[in-house]
Write a protein that binds this ligand. Structure first.
Ligand code: GDP
Ligand code: MN
Length: 388
């Protein structure tokens, strides 16, 4: 689960002390009060979306009065923010963070992540943070320090100091940064995050450090240990992912237009791959499970069809424990209530494949069949490319 910045700031409380004062609003009418509550002549307003690059996209602004705050809030709330990291449709802004303005002398970069290849945690530090970090990491990788560490042992104090030193800090800054880095490493472990990124970490004109932006991802497998994360989990009606997960289905939305209904994670990944290899774009990863019941498949298929970007559906089932006629039954069940508006290509092999095909053909609906995965994929890509 990706956390909104305001949620990520919240979970860092108790681990670090240098997070500037802020509050979050959800309606434009709350803007003036939020501005006044900060008690400063200016405020930074930041769009709360689950993506980076907001600064470059007009999602971060310094305002000088309650009226200006309200104007900006009116304009931004409910609009869609398109950043270099979103799809062209962007992401709807549902909340704004109001923060006291910090005067920045230097911007630094810090991140904690999991290095899956080395099977350890990674501390990443850079002396040049801010909105150009991706560019810098590409052009001058030697300016970025990546320090592996063991999550069971915890980050060691000398590692925190080494990174702070590498970032160009010295004297009291070095000490402050080292303790900040250790605090963050504890939050990373205890809150079971898979990513914790501070960009920028600012050296302020007042001579201290300040966390100006936090990005955090929580490991979904750890929900059972974290009531505080369950409390902020998106509700089922807010995202297809959350809806699917409430039925125990693995659904991951992608940016393409071919909906995939597949059984088994391996086949689901192979299906996503072959669509890409053949030049198409999958709209999702969806594994209905190795032993899918009619009910699960019904839920999976109706979730899939809710995606407004779909131009074609590709069903790729290998009937082993799951029987193809179970899948066919579920598909017909859903299509009773939801008319099929887009082409649907089915490749079903294995247990009861013939029965399934007879049932589907008998329905009179315009399904297309193929017994070959590649052929089915090409049909789906072709169908998705035909504009209405
Ligand atoms: P991002 O673009 O989505 O990463 O959003 P950030 O929260 O990092 O904000 C983008 C940029 O706005 C930062 O890199 C800062 O340069 C600037 N910014 C954010 N907060 C402040 C602040 O309190 N004071 C000043 N002067 N600049 C800020
Ligand atoms: Mn940032």
């Amino acid at each position: 689960m990706r956390l909104y910045e305001h949620q990520a700031r919240e979970i860092l409380q108790g681990y670090v002390t240098c997070i500037p004062k802020s509050s979050t609003i959800f309606k434009p009418e709350e803007a003036e009060e939020a501005f006044l509550k900060l008690g400063q002549p200016r405020a930074v307003i930041k769009a709360q979306v689950l993506t980076g690059g907001r600064g470059k996209a007009g999602g971060v602004k310094i305002v000088n009065s309650p009226a200006e705050a309200k104007d900006f809030a009116k304009r931004l709330l409910g609009s869609r923010l398109v950043t270099p990291q979103t799809t062209p449709e962007g992401e709807e802004v549902k909340a704004l963070l109001f923060q006291e303005v910090i005067s920045i002398q230097r911007e630094l970069y810090l991140a904690f992540l999991i290095d899956r290849q080395r099977a350890c945690s990674l501390l990443v530090g850079c002396g040049e943070g801010g909105v150009e970090i991706e560019e810098l990491a590409r052009k001058a990788p030697e300016k970025v320090l990546k320090d592996p560490w063991d999550s069971l042992q915890g980050l060691l104090p000398f590692q925190a100091r080494r990174t702070a030193y590498f970032m160009g800090l010295s004297g009291s800054y070095l000490k402050e940064a080292a303790s900040l880095i250790l605090g963050l490493s504890r939050a990373f472990i205890e809150k079971e995050l898979t990513l914790l990124e501070i960009n920028p970490l600012a050296v302020t004109s007042e001579g201290s450090l300040s966390i100006l932006d936090v990005k955090a991802n929580f490991d979904d497998n750890a929900f059972f240990r974290h009531q505080e994360m369950v409390a902020i989990r998106p509700r089922a009606e807010e995202s297809l992912e959350a809806l699917a997960s409430s039925f125990g289905l693995s659904y991951v939305g992608l940016e393409g237009n071919i909906g995939c209904l597949v059984n088994g994670a391996g086949l689901a990944m192979a299906t996503n791959d072959i669509i890409r290899v053949c030049g198409g774009k999958p709209a999702n990863f969806l594994d209905v499970g190795g032993d899918a019941s009619t009910e699960r498949v019904t839920q999976a298929f109706s979730i899939l069809l809710r995606d407004p970007r779909l131009r074609a559906v590709l069903v790729n089932i290998f009937g082993g424990i799951t029987r193809c006629d179970t899948i066919a039954k579920a598909i017909l069940e859903v299509l009773k209530d939801t008319p099929l508006r887009i082409p649907m290509i089915l490749r079903m092999e294995g247990t009861n494949a013939l029965e399934a095909r007879k049932m589907l053909e008998g329905s009179g609906l315009p399904f297309r069949f193929s017994r070959e995965m590649k052929e089915a994929t090409l049909l789906a890509i072709e169908a998705a490319e035909i504009k209405e």
